[in-house]
Design a protein around this ligand. Structure first.
Ligand SMILES: [Zn+2]
Length: 163
């Protein structure tokens, strides 16, 4: 994806207030992010470990989501699979919950998905980050197809949040 600036990222949040989008943690090292290998950029808030964020480019427009993760005490030890990139980790997958946009969100409606806890799906898909032994199912899909599938899964999640 094309590199984004801090103000582009802050302006892209769809499911939190403008005030929150202004205050939330955005990585300082944006210039060093591996943008060429990213379909989306995800990060955790170092001050608030249950908060994560992601920004993707959909149809040429940046869309960012604020997420809450459960620390998922249950099933910490067993393998679980990220529903975006289908990487399996032991203990490295969290339930990420996004408030819905608009009125539905104000009424407390949320959408959840199991995702890599570090939100590094694009790097796992490309083999740039290793999730450990047995982390990937053997698949006959090409890398391009796996990337497209991850993007489609993320787009479907964002569509549910903004529906
Ligand atoms: Zn993932």
């Amino acid at each position: 994806m094309k590199p984004l600036t801090e103000s582009e990222i802050r302006g892209a949040f769809v499911n939190c207030s403008k005030g929150e989008a202004k205050r939330l943690h955005v990585p300082r090292d944006l210039a060093e992010q591996p943008w060429d290998d990213l379909d989306f950029l995800g990060w955790r808030d170092p001050q608030a470990p249950d908060r994560s964020y992601l920004v993707a480019e959909l149809d040429g427009r940046a869309v960012a989501l604020a997420l809450r993760s459960s620390s998922a005490a249950a099933g910490q030890a067993r393998l679980s699979m990220c529903s975006m990139c289908l990487t399996t980790h032991s203990g490295g997958v969290s339930l990420m919950v996004a408030a819905k946009t608009g009125k539905a969100g104000q009424q407390g409606n949320t959408v959840g998905a199991y995702m890599c806890s570090d939100l590094a799906c694009p790097l796992y898909v490309r083999g740039k980050k290793d999730a450990g032994i047995g982390a990937r199912l053997h698949e006959t899909l090409t890398l391009e197809e796996k990337i497209q599938r991850t993007v489609a899964n993320l787009a479907a999640f964002i569509a549910k949040v903004t529906a």
